[in-house]
Design a protein around this ligand. Structure first.
Ligand code: NDP
Length: 292
C-alpha cells in the first residue's frame, strides 16, 4: 500500500491527464474518470484505477480534483444525487476555469451537501504540471487547504494559497487571463500586419520577445502608484500612445486588415484624453473603466 493519500481526478482533457499523471508520478493512488471513455489508457497502464462512474470515482478518495472545461461541465458531473451523496464528508478541489461567482455558488452548493470545497486556478500549460514551472492558485477554507496541501504539492511548481474567500483564485485567473488573451490577440494581429509587409513570424518573433520583456518592469513599477490613483507618466503620455495606435489602425486598414482590437484600445485612450487626462499614462484607462 502506498503511504501517499489517494486522490481522484475527474476530467481527462489535456490538463486533467497532466494532473493525474503528476499524482501517479508522486506515488498517490489515483482514480480517474472522464465523461467520454478512452482517455485514460496511458494512465491506467501506469497504475491509475479506472472508475466506472463519477460516484465510484469520488468514493475512492478523500480528495477529488475536478478539471473540466468550465463550471457548467463540473456541475453536470457533480450535481447529481448519487455523486453528491458519495462526496459527503469528502473534499473537492475544482481546478476548472470559470468566474468567481460560479466558484462562490458552487461552494454554497457544496456546503449544503456536507462537502468540503476548495477552488483553484492553473496558470501554466499542461506540460508544466508536476514540474518546477507549474503555477497554481488556491482559495477556500484554510484548514481544508492545509489538510490537502501535501497531496496538491504533487502538481509541482509555485502554488499560492490566496485566502479563505472562495472566489479569489478565479478572480486572479480572470484578471491574468485578461492580460494573456488580449496580448496574444495583439500578437496575432501583429503577425497579420507584419505579413502584409513581407515580414515572417520567424523574423518578427525575436523582436516580439523583446517587446514582451518591457512589460513586467512596467507592471512592477506602476502597481503601487495605480493603487494610489497616480497615473502620472512623463515619458509616455497617453496622447502619444493614442497617436501610435492610430498609425496601427490606419496601416492595418490600408492593407484591408481588421483593426477592431486596436480601434477599441485607441477609443479608450481618446476617452481618457477627452476627460482631460492626456498628460497621464496609458494606465489611466483603469480609472476610466472602474473609478476607485
Ligand atoms: P478542455 O478545457 O477542453 O476540457 C475538456 C474536459 O472537459 C474533458 O474532460 C471533457 O470531457 C470535459 N467536459 C466538457 N464538457 C463536459 C460536460 N458537459 N460534462 C462532463 N465533462 C465535460 O481541456 P483541458 O483539460 O485543457 O482544460 C481543463 C480545464 O483546465 C479548463 O478549465 C482550462 O481552462 C484549464 N486549463 C487548461 C490549460 C491547458 O494547458 N490545457 C492551462 C490552464 C488551465 P470529454 O472528454 O467527455 O469531452
Amino acid at each position: 500500500m502506498s503511504e501517499r493519500n489517494a486522490v481522484t481526478v475527474i476530467g481527462l482533457g489535456p490538463m486533467g491527464r497532466a494532473l493525474a499523471s503528476a499524482f501517479l508520478g508522486a506515488g498517490h493512488p489515483t482514480t480517474v474518470w472522464n465523461r467520454t471513455p478512452g482517455k485514460d489508457e496511458d494512465l491506467v497502464a501506469r497504475g491509475a484505477m479506472r472508475a466506472g462512474s463519477p460516484e465510484e470515482a469520488v468514493a475512492a478518495s478523500p480528495l477529488t480534483v475536478v478539471c473540466v472545461v468550465n463550471y457548467d461541465a463540473s456541475d453536470a458531473v457533480l450535481r447529481r444525487g448519487p455523486v453528491a451523496a458519495a462526496l459527503e464528508g469528502r473534499t473537492v478541489v475544482n481546478l476548472s476555469a470559470d468566474t468567481p461567482d460560479r466558484a462562490r455558488e458552487s461552494a454554497a452548493w457544496a456546503a449544503g451537501h456536507g462537502i468540503g470545497y476548495l477552488d483553484g486556478a492553473i496558470m501554466t500549460p499542461a506540460p508544466t504540471i508536476g514540474t518546477a514551472d507549474a503555477v497554481l492558485l488556491h482559495s477556500g477554507p484554510e484548514g481544508l487547504h492545509q489538510a490537502h496541501r501535501e497531496t496538491l504539492e504533487a502538481l509541482g511548481g509555485r502554488q499560492t494559497y490566496l485566502g479563505e474567500e472562495i472566489g479569489r483564485a478565479a478572480a486572479y485567473d480572470i484578471a491574468l487571463l485578461d492580460i494573456f488573451w488580449t496580448a496574444m490577440t495583439g500578437y496575432a494581429h501583429a503577425l497579420a500586419v507584419a505579413r502584409a509587409e513581407g515580414i515572417t513570424a520567424q523574423e518578427l518573433a525575436p523582436f516580439a520577445g523583446g517587446i514582451a520583456t518591457i512589460m513586467p518592469p512596467l507592471f512592477e513599477k506602476s502597481a503601487a502608484l495605480v493603487d494610489k490613483g497616480d497615473y502620472t507618466d512623463e515619458i509616455n503620455p497617453i496622447t502619444s500612445a493614442a497617436s501610435t495606435m492610430a498609425h496601427i489602425v490606419h496601416h492595418s486598414e490600408a492593407h484591408g486588415i481588421d483593426a477592431s482590437v486596436m480601434r477599441a484600445a485607441e477609443g479608450l485612450a481618446r476617452r481618457v484624453i477627452g476627460a482631460g487626462h492626456g498628460a497621464d499614462g496609458l494606465l489611466r484607462i483603469t480609472e476610466l473603466l472602474n473609478p476607485r
